[in-house]
Design a protein around this ligand. Structure first.
Ligand code: ZN
Length: 317
């Protein structure tokens, strides 16, 4: 039996199951009391007996580096109560004997979609979520990508129409008009005066809002395509999982790339898609992370000691 947790900014999803298959699930608000939240997670898993492995995907910023002293910790999040929470340490104490692995919520969702969803048969995929924030996960050559910390695809700078820059400065507390600052749900509400879901097709703001959103999304995807060369891009989240948005975005992306990225896949409608796993990309991905951790933990590393069971690169020392 494997377990998975997806810690989102608003809700927490715990699942037990097998590789690619959820057998039981519980969802509850993430809240602002990490100790109570983590105790509830541990109770759910204990009620299903011993787990072989547990994969955790968490909102960030967090520390996904297993070589770091703060691996598995939520670091500088503005979310009340959670900054500095040692998520993995707490779960390890509550679930002794379980192999644990930790990554960002979007990296875990990218892994789920790659292996069991829209990216089956591929080896490189970007998973982007546009909701209350914007985040992206990346699998390249079958491996989840980390580095200094983890990718922050929602905070890149985008070209903006000059009149739009003058009208709306963006709302990211760090960057103002980065991608998240102009295109996440709260930014749309600030820019257009209503939540995006309240601006229906009969509303005069509707077409202008989605056209501008598609321009921003196409510009961001242009950057990802040129930098990481994904074989497919999955766009999810409350704002992003929207057929109208993707229908407007695809031709803008092709126009923006201007034929320079010379691969037929870029021109196909299935290059940019919604999640095949629906709202379970993260949960299925967390189970996959757990599965890989269990397999990896069973293999001795170069120094003959078990690894901590994470999709990390070999330690170069
Ligand atoms: Zn930003």
């Amino acid at each position: 039996m494997l377990g998975g947790i997806e810690f989102g900014g608003t809700k927490t999803v715990c699942v037990v199951g097998e590789r690619g298959h959820v057998l039981d699930e519980v969802r509850f608000p993430t809240g602002d009391d990490p100790a109570a939240n983590l105790a509830r997670c541990a109770d759910f898993f204990r009620s299903h007996g011993a787990l072989e492995g547990l994969g955790v995907g968490a909102f960030g910023p967090c520390d996904p580096d297993p070589r770091s002293a703060t691996y598995g910790t939520i670091t500088t999040t503005p979310k009340p109560g959670w900054a500095g929470t040692d998520v993995l340490g707490s779960l390890a104490a509550a679930l002794p004997g379980t192999v644990l692995a930790f990554d960002t919520d979007v990296n875990v969702a990218a892994l789920g979609e790659l292996v069991h969803g829209a990216g089956r048969g591929l080896h490189s995929l970007v998973y982007l979520t546009i909701g209350t924030g914007i985040g992206g996960g990346l699998v390249a050559d079958g491996r989840l990508v980390h580095g200094l910390v983890h990718p922050e695809m929602g905070h890149i700078r985008l070209p903006r129409p000059p009149a739009e820059s003058a009208r709306f400065p963006g709302i990211c507390p760090f960057h103002g008009d980065c991608f998240e600052g102009v295109a996440a749900g709260p930014a749309l509400e600030a820019r257009w005066g209503s939540p995006a879901q309240d601006i229906g097709v009969d509303d005069p703001r509707h077409a202008a809002m989605w056209e501008l959103e598609a321009r921003y999304l196409a510009a961001a995807l242009h950057a990802y395509v040129c930098i990481v060369s994904p074989q497919r891009i999955v766009v999810g989240g409350g704002v992003g999982e929207n057929d109208e948005l993707l229908m407007r975005t695809r031709p803008l992306l092709r126009e923006s790339l201007a034929g320079y990225v010379d691969h037929l896949a870029v021109n196909r409608p299935d290059f940019v898609v919604t999640p095949a796993l629906g709202n379970r990309s993260g949960a299925i991905g967390a189970l996959e992370l757990a599965y890989r951790a269990v397999v990896e933990a069973a293999l001795p590393d170069q120094r003959g000691t078990p690894t901590r069971g994470h999709l990390s690169d070999p330690v170069a020392d």
